[in-house]
Design a binder for this molecule. Structure first.
Ligand code: URA
Ligand code: SF4
Length: 241
């Protein structure tokens, strides 16, 4: 898909999200937060849901957690505009409570469609709810800093998920912040591994309605995939695209 088509497709989804009433989270929102970034990126960051500042501005990760995410990107030589940043739910849960299962389910088609358009190589999960979508069954304490192939039913046809602690957790706990910087430094290696996987086994662009996965042939993690630490040493600054 050329960039213009992707941008238009993402904007069409964003327009739907801004007026969406599919779950109760629309009732208390100021602005919905569809997500933003480069339509042509290889790397998508997925958080949990908008907080206070995001709800006021209609943009993802613009508060304190967003500032830390910005520092993570800077450490990689990347900018916000180089990646795409979005959330599991697009409207702020009141008082920043956890999103509920029915709210997560109601909002899921928007992220799935965003990922169908973006076709990222790497999805960086931020926190528990995002981990649950892209690395189901994993615990953040074990999974942080590691990659796992993504189920194409998520919308991402051929991607590796890379798990990070949520930046808000890093803000609360210095140990987690230190660990997160170490994890972030592995993202370029994850991207190289993802590119290699995509070249070895290209997947045809997904159809508008992805097939329902057959549980009998459920995606089994590929035992051969590289853990980031085993992957090729990345260049200091790996250029996106
Ligand atoms: N936390 C999130 O999970 N998402 C945001 O957009 C901001 C804070
Ligand atoms: Fe719609 Fe998602 Fe907002 Fe719920 S959280 S109202 S499903 S955009």
């Amino acid at each position: 898909m050329i960039e213009l088509d992707r941008g238009a497709g993402l904007e069409a989804i964003a327009a739907e999200v801004r007026v969406c009433t599919r779950c109760r989270l629309h009732e208390a929102r100021t602005m919905a937060v569809p997500g933003e970034g480069s339509p042509d990126t290889e790397v998508v960051f997925v958080g949990e849901g908008p907080g206070y500042n995001e709800d006021r501005q209609g943009r993802p990760f613009v508060g304190r957690a967003g500032a830390l995410l910005g520092k993570f990107l800077t450490a990689l030589g990347w900018q916000r505009e180089d990646v795409f940043i979005t959330n599991i739910v697009k409207c702020r849960p009141p008082d920043n409570r956890d999103p509920e299962p029915d709210e997560i389910a109601a909002c899921a088609p928007y992220l799935r469609r965003q990922l169908e358009i973006l076709d990222p190589a790497v999805i960086v999960t931020l926190g528990r709810h995002s981990l649950g979508r892209f690395m189901p069954g994993e615990r953040i304490s074990q999974a942080h800093g590691t990659v796992r192939p993504v189920d194409p039913a998520t919308g991402a046809a051929n991607a590796l998920a890379f798990a990070l602690y949520h930046p808000a957790a890093a803000l609360r706990t210095p140990d987690i912040e230190r660990t997160s910087y170490q994890d972030v430094a592995q993202i370029p290696a994850a991207l190289l591994a993802a590119r290699a996987r995509r070249e070895a086994a290209p997947v045809a662009p997904s159809s508008p309605v992805p097939p329902v996965p057959d549980p009998a042939v459920a995606a089994t993690p590929d035992p051969a995939f590289l853990a980031p630490s085993e992957a090729l040493a990345p260049d200091d600054q790996l250029t996106l695209f």
